[in-house]
Design a protein around this ligand. Structure first.
Ligand code: PGA
Length: 223
């Protein structure tokens, strides 16, 4: 059998992915696994800094980042878009406004992710370029907890569209803020110094052929 020839019959595949990728990576793995049910597939989830730390362990075949670190050993494949959207509670005064200025949005109490988060890193870089400061009310270490804190009226935030699609968005408004969404991409990264196993080679090929996020993983049209 071809799979046997390729050494795929009892292979292992291990991935480490950032928190916002955990909503769609399981769907991709699901499709891949159907083609290779004999593989032992594992994945772990962390914030950007944790995934960067894992790159020095040589335990994972692939890492998924939207802001990969500058490390010459990491080879990157850009594979899916990731948009970060401004959100507010449903009945927020800005909810029905068009083209809200970035300054006005940033003056609202903001719920931000912890240090080490790629989402936070992207937001801070985006605002620093435009000379705008956030009015931080609270730091929360989870996308889901931030989403629920926004629903409960604690403040506004900026989160990946995938976080919003997962579990619905009732109680939230997506705001129309100048220059948003922040558009980033996910990258599949691997250490070039780690030999590609047959399973890793197959997964890389599979990821390269992906053009869009599978529908069931949700895009903005679903929220
Ligand atoms: P994080 O994930 O905010 O949990 O680090 C997203 C990213 O790195 O872009």
């Amino acid at each position: 059998k071809l799979a046997k020839l390729r050494g795929l019959e009892s292979g292992k595949l291990q991935l480490a992915v950032v928190t916002t990728a955990k909503y769609f990576i399981p769907h991709l793995i699901g499709d891949f696994y159907k083609q290779h049910p004999q593989l032992d597939i594992r994945f772990r989830v962390g914030n950007r800094q944790q995934i960067i730390d894992y790159t020095s362990e040589d335990a994972d075949d692939f890492y998924v980042f939207s802001h990969p670190p500058k490390n010459p050993d990491l080879a990157l494949v850009e594979f899916l878009p990731n948009r970060l959207l401004a959100i507010a509670p449903e009945k927020h005064p800005l909810a029905d406004r068009k083209n809200i200025s970035l300054k006005e949005f940033a003056s609202c109490p903001f719920l931000r992710r912890e240090e080490g988060s790629g989402t936070r890193h992207a937001i801070e870089r985006f605002l620093a370029k435009r000379g705008v400061d956030l009015n931080v009310r609270m730091t929360i270490e989870s996308n889901e907890a931030i989403k629920h804190a926004v629903m409960s009226g604690l403040g506004v935030s900026i989160l990946s569209e995938h976080t919003l699609a997962f579990g619905g968005h009732s109680g939230l408004s997506i705001l129309d803020v100048e220059a948003l969404p922040i558009t980033t991409h996910w990258y599949l990264a691997r250490r070039q110094s780690r030999p590609l196993s047959p399973a890793a080679m197959e997964f890389l090929e599979y990821a390269r052929n992906l053009e869009t996020v599978p529908e069931e993983t949700g895009g903005i049209q679903d929220i």
